[in-house]
Write a protein that binds this ligand. Structure first.
Ligand code: HPA
Length: 269
């Protein structure tokens, strides 16, 4: 495989810029790519080590351009643990972004809500997470760097910055704890009751391995859940990926407005 530095140089040459912030766009959230100026899209297929998403609602390209007044790299599409059972699939891509000069990684996802006061269409900034899967993207890593501290995995300063951006953009944003489950089946009502007792506010099938990898690489992290449904058992209805894809753009609008506000600010990264 080509080295991350080599691929990063190809990206910087093609895009004509080297962003310091990257945003991973979750299910149904690829709309932000349309807000970029001077955008250059590079299909993952042309980038060694980038994932090959197999999930409908996920594109597969890196789009580099100016958001507000800041150069950013958007990953439209990610790989999930449930596609192959590997938690470290995003490691080469995130390593390449690091080599490109990225310092801040913003992760977004679609998630189920465990809170009555956080209905579908809400946006939640993730302040902490719970992972009980037993899977970890750093299993097999040999260096002592594998013992990554996760006490402040979600950057306190960024959390504050995004609170302010949300206020300025006049968009409501909740805050809470995200629980990672493997999927691809949704949870049972009993699992959701257990998750609530354990302290989860939202639940989903992504993001946590990327947060761990990002902290391993020394990137600052912020993350957001777009709430697409009440979790299993909270309503009489069955859950579906169709619903995730249709509802995601509702919360996605808030997320886009807040990100746009943040990256339009002086010195935002
Ligand atoms: N559970 C897990 N993942 C999800 C959900 C959910 O309810 N909604 C969207 N992604």
């Amino acid at each position: 495989m080509m080295r991350a530095e080599t691929i990063a140089k190809t990206i910087a040459d093609r895009a004509g810029m080297a962003p310091k912030a990257a945003i991973v766009l979750g299910s149904g959230l690829s709309g932000l790519t349309g807000k970029l100026q001077d955008a250059v899209a590079i299909p993952y297929a042309e980038l060694d080590g980038f994932p090959r998403p197999s999930v409908s609602g996920h594109a597969g390209e890196l789009v580099i351009g100016i958001l507000g007044r800041t150069p950013v790299a958007l990953m439209a599409g990610r790989s999930h643990f449930y596609e192959h059972g590997r938690a470290d699939v995003m490691r080469p891509a995130l390593g390449t972004l690091k080599a490109l000069g990225v310092e801040t990684l913003i992760l977004t996802n679609a998630a189920g809500s465990l809170r009555e006061d956080m209905p579908p269409g809400s946006l939640m900034q993730i302040t902490d997470h719970i992972s009980l899967l037993g899977a970890n993207p750093l299993i097999g890593e040999a260096s002592d760097q594998r013992f990554v501290g996760m006490t402040e995995a979600y950057d306190r300063v960024l959390i504050g910055d995004f609170r302010i951006a949300a206020e300025e953009a006049r968009r409501e944003i909740a805050e809470g704890v995200y629980m990672w489950v493997s999927g691809p089946s949704f949870e049972t009502p009993a699992e959701i009751r257990a998750a609530r007792i354990l302290g989860a506010d939202a639940i989903g099938m992504s993001t946590v391995p990327e947060v761990i990898l990002a902290r391993f690489l020394g990137l600052r992290v912020a993350a957001f859940s777009v709430i697409t449904n009440y979790a299993a058992g909270m309503t009489g209805r069955e859950l579906s990926h169709e619903e995730t894809k249709t509802v995601a753009p509702l919360g996605g609008e808030k997320l886009e407005a807040i990100l746009m506000r943040h990256f339009s600010g002086e010195g935002a990264r």
